[in-house]
Design a protein around this ligand. Structure first.
Ligand SMILES: C[C@H](O)[C@H](O)CC(=O)C(=O)O
Ligand SMILES: [Mg+2]
Length: 399
């Protein structure tokens, strides 16, 4: 049997300007235009999410190199603090291991950081390393990640679009459109009526049959979310997303019970690991879970989360995350469609989700993508050499 190479180096870099940290955009982008957040109760943080620091981290780039000179990489959110965790802590579990030792490395990264980790930034860093390892293994074996996960269960992926213009998304061939909620509870009855008017106007523009969803980005309380959902039933809202803060499992369970018939409750993009998703699933918090593969623990963990969801009859529709999601979605019956985040500033054209950081990043055409577009080793993308990488922390290999 051919010998599996050993991992020689793990490196962590940071990058600014869009890409994996897709909130790190310039002025005038729809994604930063008065979107409701848990910080909207403070008037000075209401207009722009960048004002409270949504883009403070930037992108983390993780690179792994093996003894034969193969290099795998991945991008996620996490920037400089995640780079510190990767270089100064996680590297010890990776360097010297076999390229195929992904399960053991994951276990050591998770349990080795348990005293300060479990969720959030540490899981972003672990996810970045995990994705880079799958990319490296794919390059060593000359196989796409979706093949290493067991192969595709469908020939084509279909997408809904997230952005300010579901009406344009419909014209571009997407199966649905998810728009951001603009006004939170602190904007009172007037804000609620404005939210409903925006949904009514968009339903008018997209027609009766197109899926229309709203993303609340953790901004509501149970009472407001229930009132919004009940009033929005008239506009055929398919789902209400991330209505409450992620720790309010009890609120999600109550909200789901109070939703109008047929409307789905979705959440999970800020949840992590099989244990976090177990809470959502066992407490009956939602119909669809939306793990972000760059934040929930990587592909290794997403496969476990997905099996758990399957046993609870819940769909897994990963949050954003471009190719890292596509390779997973292709392989699972309980992931029948995928999200595409519209990163054009006016959400009026399809541009690669992690642009400008990746080369060869496939995008949907007419809301669809042949799985054969993923037929390149690993995740099938390369780092754009035009992006200026910064390596803030070095470690001694093996140290
Ligand atoms: C639009 C949302 O506020 C957020 O920026 C993206 C998101 O939550 C999603 O794509 O889902
Ligand atoms: Mg969301």
């Amino acid at each position: 049997m051919k010998q599996t190479p050993l991992i020689k180096h793990l490196r962590a870099f940071t990058l600014r300007g869009g890409g994996a940290d897709y909130h790190d955009q310039a002025d005038g982008h729809w994604i930063d235009d008065h979107i409701a957040t848990p910080m909207s109760k403070y008037p000075s943080y209401r207009q722009s999410r960048r004002s409270f620091g949504i883009n403070v981290l930037g992108t983390l780039v993780v690179e792994v190199e093996d003894s034969a000179g193969n290099v795998g990489f991945a991008v996620t959110t996490g920037g400089e603090p995640a780079a510190f965790i990767v270089e100064r802590h996680l590297a010890r579990f990776v360097e010297g291991a076999k390229v195929s030792d992904i399960e053991r490395i994951w276990d050591q990264m998770y349990y080795g950081t348990l005293f300060y980790g479990r969720k959030g930034l540490v899981l972003n860093a672990i996810s970045g390393v995990d994705l880079a390892l799958w990319d490296l293994l794919g390059k060593v074996r000359q196989e796409p990640v979706y093949q290493m996960l067991g192969g595709a269960v469908r020939d084509e992926l279909q997408f809904y679009a997230t952005g300010a213009r579901p009406d344009l998304a419909r014209d571009m061939g997407f199966i649905g459109g998810k728009m951001p909620l603009h006004h939170g509870p602190a904007e009172g009855e007037e804000g609620l009526q404005k939210n409903l008017a925006l949904l009514a106007g968009m339903r008018e523009r997209v027609g009766p049959d197109f899926w229309l969803m709203v993303d609340c980005w953790m901004s509501l309380d149970l009472n407001y979310a229930t009132r919004l959902a009940q009033a929005a039933q008239e506009y055929g809202l398919k789902w209400i997303e991330e209505a409450l803060p992620p720790d309010d499992y009890w609120g999600y369970a109550a909200l789901r019970r109070q939703l109008p018939p047929g409307m789905l409750c979705t959440t999970g993009e800020h949840e992590a690991t099989r244990w976090g998703f177990r809470m959502l699933l066992e407490m009956g918090c939602c119909d669809i879970i939306q793990p972000d593969v760059g934040w929930c623990g990587g592909i290794t963990e997403l496969v476990k989360i997905s099996a758990l969801a399957d046993a609870h009859q819940a769909l897994v529709i990963p949050h954003g995350s471009s190719v890292y999601s596509y390779h997973f979605v292709a392989t699972r019956h309980n992931s029948p469609f995928a999200e595409f985040l519209m990163m054009a500033p006016q959400a009026d054209q399809v541009v690669p989700m992690f642009s400008p950081q990746l080369l060869h990043e496939p995008v949907p055409e007419h809301g669809r993508m042949r799985v054969s577009r993923l037929d390149r080793p690993g995740f099938g993308v390369e780092l754009n050499p035009a992006c200026a990488l910064h390596r803030p922390y070095l470690h001694t290999p093996g140290g």
